[in-house]
Ligand binder design. Structure first.
Ligand code: ARG
Ligand code: ZN
Length: 869
C-alpha cells in the first residue's frame, strides 16, 4: 500500500460546496454532509466516485434528495463508492462517530472538557465520507448542534452566520467560510471556554476581531500569544505584502494534540504547550517557541491556505516555505544570529541524522506508506533551508518579486513545488533547473574544501568537491547548485576584498561563491597576506563541510570572524576537537584557549544570548553525528570531561559574573532580558557543576525566583549537581507548588526523564506510574519517553538493553492508542546501524520484537520495516 508521486491523477469529481451538520450528543455525534458534486470534465470519467471514510457508521445516502438503497452504493473498509453518476448532483450522506473513543487524535475528538478536530493530513475521513485530498477545494458551511447551554462556545471556520435555539430546544450555530479550501483545513470546536479578545486593523484598513479561546483556568496565559499574533499580522503585511482576509481570526488551545498546532482557516488549533504562557509558568524558550508557532500558523493563511498543495508529496511547498517565513519573523523580533544558531543546531543534529538513516527522503518525497510519518525535519527544516538558499540566490528583492508572483498566480489553487520555483524563475529571469535537485535528492551533501596560498602571486586557490551519499532507493546523485557564502580574514581579523576567477562564480552583493559541479577550483586574486578562510558563513547551504583547520585557526575565527554564525561554529568545531581529545585521553586546554574562554565570559560587547551559545558545548547528539560508530557512553564521558575543564577554567570569575547578571527589573519576555537570563543561567550551571557555592546559589535562586526561567534553571542545577537530598527536596517542592498546572508538571517530568544523573530505567518506570502521567496525552508521553530516549543517552543506551526494551514496550502499547505518537517514538531506534556493534544488535532485536506484533498500524509498520530493511 505504498503511494507514489508519479501515480497522481486528478479527482473524478469536484465538490463545489460542502454543507456539514454536526450534532453533538453525549455518547455519539451524527454528521450530515450535503455535497454539491460536479464531474471533472478534464477527465473521461465513467460517472463513478469513491469517497474516503474511516471508522464511520454509515446511516444513509441520498442522491438529489432520493434516499438510495444499499445496493446502489458499495461500502468498503475505508471507502464509499457510487457509480452511474451524471455531471452534477447533491449528495447527502449521514453517518455516526464516537469522539470520546478517539484516542488517535485525528478527526473529531474529546480533549478534557471540549471537542476539537485535527484533519491534516487525512483526518477528515474520520468525520465524514469525502474526497479527502488537498486538490479538492470546497466552500464550507457548517452547522453545529448541541443541547442548549451545554457548550457555550461552538466554532468552525470562517464567519459566524447564525446562532439560534431550535424548536426541539437544541442550539444551532452556523459558520460560513467563503474561501474554498481542502478538507484538511476544516475545524470544529465546542466547549465551555473563556476568550481573550482584541482587534487588528489591516493595511487596507479593515478591522479584524482576534480571539484566543482557552479552558477557564488558562485565561491568564493568553496575553503573549495575542501580542505575537498582532506582530505576525503586521510583519506579513510589511515583509510579504500579505493581508488577512476574514472578519475574525481565532486560536483555540487544547491539551491533547499530536503536533504543535494547526492552521485551519480562520480557526487555528494549538497544543496548549505552544500557546499558553505567563511569567510564573513559562520559560523564555517557551515564549520564543510560542512566538514562532503563532507566526507559523498565521503565515499559513497565505502559504498553505490561499495557495495550497496539490497532493501530500508537495507538503514542503507549504511547510518549508512557512518555516522559512516564521524564521524570518523570529530573526526580526530577536537576535538574527541567535535564531540562525538555534535552527542550524537542530538541522545538524536531528535532520542530518534523519538524512543519514533508513527514513531518509527528499524534500519532495517520491513515495510513502503513511503521510503522517512525513511531517519530518526534512520536509520542514531542510525544506526551509532550500527556500533560504533561493532567497540568498535571488536577493531580498528578487525573492519578494517571486513570492508576489507565486501568491498572485496561484491564489485559490492547489499546486506543486514546481509552480513555486517557476514563479521564482519567471519573476527573476533565471533558470533554476539544477537548483531543483535540492527537492529531489535525499541525503546530506558533503563539501570538501582545500586551499593553498601563493605569496609571490598573491593568490589563494580554493578547490571544492561535492558529493551526496546514497540513500534508500537513491544512488548516483547529481551535483547540486550550492551557494557558499565566504569571507577572507586578514591577520587583524578584518574582511579582505574578494576578487574571484571565474568571476561569474561570485556574487559580490551576497558574498556567495556558486559551486555547481562535482569539483571546481576558484582563484582569489590580490590577496596581500595569507588569509584565514571563513567558509559557509551563515550556514548558507545545508551541507557537511569538510575543511582542515587547526585548533589555533579555529580559535582565531572564534575570536575574530565578522560573521556571527561562523564565530559560533568555529567554537563548536574547536570544542568538538576537545571532546575527541578527551576520548583519546589527551585533552588539556592551552593557555590561549583558557584566556579566550575567560574573555568570552567577561565580554560586554556581544549579545549575551550569543555569548551563552558561544560558551556552551555541542550536544551529545551533535557529537554523535560526527563520530562512527557511535558509543553514547564514551561521548557522554568525554563531553563531561571537557565541561568540567571549562567550568574549572572559568571558576575564579563565575561568582562575580553571576552577580553582575542579576536583574532588579521585573520579568519581561523580551530579547535583552532573555539574553541576560540565558547567560546568567549558563554561568550558574558551570558554577554549580564545580563548586558548592554554585549549588548554594542555585538553591537560593530556586527559592526566590519569580519566574519559571530562573526557577527551572535552578531546579536543573540542583537536580544535576546538588546532593541527592537537595535534588530530591527540590523536585518534591516543585511538584508540590505546581501539581495543578499540567504544563508545568510536564516540565517537571522532563527534568527527571532527561537527566543523565537521575534517569534510570527504574525511575522512568516510576514516572510512567505517576499520577501526573497519562498515556493518552501526547505531551506527557513526549515529556517522559521522548525526552528519555533522545536526551538521557547513557541511561537509554544501557548495555543490558533495558532502556530499549522499555521504549519498545511503550511503542507497542501506544500503537493501539495513538499510532502517530507510537511512530514518532520509534525515531531513536531507527539509528541502530550507527551504534557500536554490541548496542546495535540489542536495538535491532527490539525493532524485530515490535515488527512481530499483530495489528501494527501503518504508521509504525512503515518506520519499523524501513529501519530493518
Ligand atoms: N500543518 C501543521 C503545521 O505545521 C502540522 C499539522 C500536522 N498534523 C499531523 N497530525 N500530521 O503547522
Ligand atoms: Zn506548518
Amino acid at each position: 500500500n505504498t503511494k507514489y508521486l508519479k501515480d497522481y491523477t486528478a479527482p473524478a469529481y469536484w465538490i463545489d460546496h460542502t454543507e456539514l451538520t454536526v450534532e453533538l450528543f453525549d455518547d455519539y455525534t451524527d454528521v450530515t454532509a450535503q455535497l454539491r458534486i460536479r464531474r471533472n470534465d478534464e477527465l473521461d470519467a465513467a460517472g463513478s466516485l469513491t469517497l474516503d471514510g474511516q471508522e464511520l457508521e454509515l446511516l444513509s445516502v441520498a442522491l438529489d434528495g432520493n434516499t438510495l438503497s444499499a445496493e446502489q452504493y458499495q461500502v468498503g473498509d475505508e471507502s464509499l463508492t457510487l457509480s452511474g453518476l451524471g455531471d452534477q448532483h447533491l449528495l447527502t450522506i449521514r453517518n455516526r462517530i464516537y469522539p470520546q473513543n478517539n484516542t488517535a487524535l485525528e478527526g473529531l475528538y474529546r480533549s478534557g472538557g471540549m471537542y476539537c478536530t485535527q484533519c491534516e493530513a487525512e483526518g477528515f475521513r474520520r468525520i465524514s465520507y469525502y474526497l479527502d485530498r488537498p486538490d479538492v477545494m470546497s466552500e464550507f458551511t457548517t452547522h453545529i448542534i448541541a443541547a442548549d447551554g451545554q457548550w457555550p462556545v461552538m466554532l468552525s471556520n470562517g464567519n459566524k452566520i447564525a446562532d439560534s435555539v431550535m424548536e426541539d430546544g437544541r442550539r444551532r450555530v452556523s459558520w460560513h467560510d467563503p474561501f474554498p479550501k481542502p478538507c484538511y483545513l476544516f475545524a470544529l470546536v465546542a466547549g465551555d471556554l473563556r476568550v481573550l479578545e482584541d482587534t487588528f486593523t489591516t493595511m487596507s484598513g479593515r478591522e479584524v476581531a482576534l480571539q484566543i479561546f482557552v479552558e477557564p483556568q488558562n485565561i491568564d496565559k493568553t496575553e503573549y500569544a495575542m501580542d505575537a499574533l498582532k506582530r505576525s499580522m503586521r510583519w506579513d503585511e510589511e515583509v510579504y505584502g500579505r493581508e488577512y482576509d476574514l472578519d475574525v481570526f481565532m486560536i483555540v488551545a487544547v491539551d491533547d494534540f499530536n503536533m504543535g498546532a494547526m492552521e485551519n482557516k480562520g480557526l487555528n488549533i494549538f497544543n496548549s504547550s505552544c500557546v499558553l504562557a505567563n511569567p510564573a509558568t513559562a520559560t523564555d524558550s517557551t515564549y520564543l517557541r510560542i512566538e514562532a508557532i503563532v507566526a507559523h500558523e498565521y503565515f499559513h493563511n497565505w502559504s498553505g491556505n490561499r495557495v495550497t498543495c496539490r497532493d501530500w508529496f508537495q507538503l514542503s511547498l507549504k511547510e518549508g516555505f512557512t518555516v522559512f517565513r516564521d524564521a524570518g519573523f523570529s530573526a526580526d523580533m530577536n537576535s538574527a544570529t541567535v535564531k540562525r544558531v538555534e535552527d542550524v543546531q537542530m538541522l545538524r543534529t536531528v535532520q542530518f541524522a534523519e538524512d543519514g538513516g533508513p527514513m531518509a527522503h527528499p524534500v519532495q518525497p517520491d513515495s510513502f506508506i503513511e503521510i503522517s510519518n512525513f511531517y519530518t525535519v526534512t520536509i520542514y527544516e531542510k525544506g526551509a533551508e532550500v527556500v533560504g538558499m533561493l532567497h540568498r540566490l535571488l536577493g531580498e528583492e528578487g525573492f519578494r518579486k517571486g513570492s508576489d508572483l507565486y501568491f498572485d498566480r496561484h491564489d485559490g489553487q492547489a499546486v506543486t513545488i514546481h509552480e513555486f520555483v517557476a514563479a521564482m524563475e519567471d519573476a527573476n529571469g533565471i533558470d533554476l533547473s539544477q537548483f531543483k535537485l535540492w527537492y529531489k535528492q535525499a541525503g546530506t551533501p558533503v563539501v570538501e574544501a582545500a586551499s593553498s596560498y601563493d605569496a609571490d602571486a598573491q593568490t589563494l586557490t580554493l578547490t571544492l568537491r561535492q558529493h551526496t551519499p546514497d540513500t534508500p532507493g537513491q544512488t548516483d546523485k547529481q551535483p547540486l547548485w550550492i551557494p557558499l557564502a565566504l569571507g577572507l580574514l586578514d591577520a587583524a581579523g578584518n574582511d579582505m576584498p574578494v576578487q574571484v576567477e571565474p568571476a561569474e562564480a561570485w556574487t559580490a552583493s551576497s558574498q556567495v561563491l556558486h559551486l555547481r559541479e562535482a569539483e571546481q577550483t576558484f582563484v582569489f586574486h590580490n590577496v596581500s597576506e595569507r588569509p584565514e578562510l571563513s567558509l559557509l558563513r551563515h550556514f548558507s547551504a545545508p551541507v557537511k563541510l569538510e575543511y582542515q583547520q587547526s585548533p589555533e585557526q579555529l580559535l582565531f575565527l572564534l575570536q575574530h570572524d565578522t560573521d556571527g554564525f561562523n564565530r559560533w561554529d568555529a567554537g563548536q568545531k574547536l570544542m568538538l576537537h576537545w571532546i575527541e581529545q578527551a576520548r583519546s585521553g589527551s585533552f588539556s586546554l592551552s593557555d590561549a584557549e583558557q584566556t579566550a574562554l575567560v574573555s568570552l565570559l567577561q565580554d560586554d560587547q556581544l549579545d549575551k544570548s550569543m555569548l551563552s551559545y558561544l560558551l556552551n558545548l555541542p550536544s551529545e547528539s551533535y557529537v554523535a553525528e560526527f563520530s562512527a560508530p557511535v558509543d553514547p557512553a564514551a561521548i557522554h564521558h568525554a563531553r563531561e570531561t571537557v565541561r568540567l575543564a571549562i567550568a574549572n577554567t572559568l571558576l575564579p570569575h563565575l561568582a562575580e559574573r553571576y552577580q553582575q547578571l542579576q536583574s532588579p527589573v521585573a520579568y519581561q519576555p523580551e530579547p535583552q532580558q532573555m539574553a541576560q537570563r540565558a547567560l546568567k543561567n549558563l554561568v550558574l550551571s558551570y558554577w554549580a557543576l564545580v563548586s558548592s557555592d554554585g549549588v548554594t546559589a542555585a538553591q537560593a535562586q530556586f527559592e526566590q525566583a519569580d519566574n519559571m526561567t530562573d526557577q527551572m534553571a535552578a531546579l536543573l542545577s540542583l537536580v544535576n549537581y546538588g546532593s541527592d537530598e537537595q535534588a530530591d527536596a527540590a523536585l518534591a517542592s516543585f511538584y508540590q507548588q505546581w501539581q495543578h498546572d499540567t504544563l508545568v508538571v510536564n516540565q517537571w517530568l522532563s527534568v527527571q526523564a532527561g537527566s543523565s544523573r537521575r534517569a534510570t530505567v527504574a525511575s522512568i518506570e516510576q514516572l510512567l506510574q505517576h499520577e501526573a502521567f497519562d498515556w493518552r496525552n501526547p505531551n506527557k508521553v513526549r515529556s517522559v519517553l521522548g525526552v528519555f530516549a533522545n536526551q538521557a543517552l547513557v541511561s537509554f543506551h544501557q548495555s543490558d538493553a533495558s532502556g530499549y526494551a522499555l521504549l519498545a514496550d511503550a511503542i507497542i502499547k501506544l500503537n493501539g492508542i495513538n499510532p502517530q505518537m507510537a511512530s514518532r517514538l520509534l525515531t531513536p531506534l531507527t539509528r541502530w546501524k550507527r551504534l557500536i556493534p554490541e548496542l546495535s544488535a540489542l536495538m535491532r532485536a527490539q525493532l524485530e520484537r515490535i515488527q512481530s506484533q499483530e495489528d501494527l498500524s501503518k504508521d509504525v509498520y512503515e518506520v519499523v520495516s524501513k529501519s530493518l530493511s
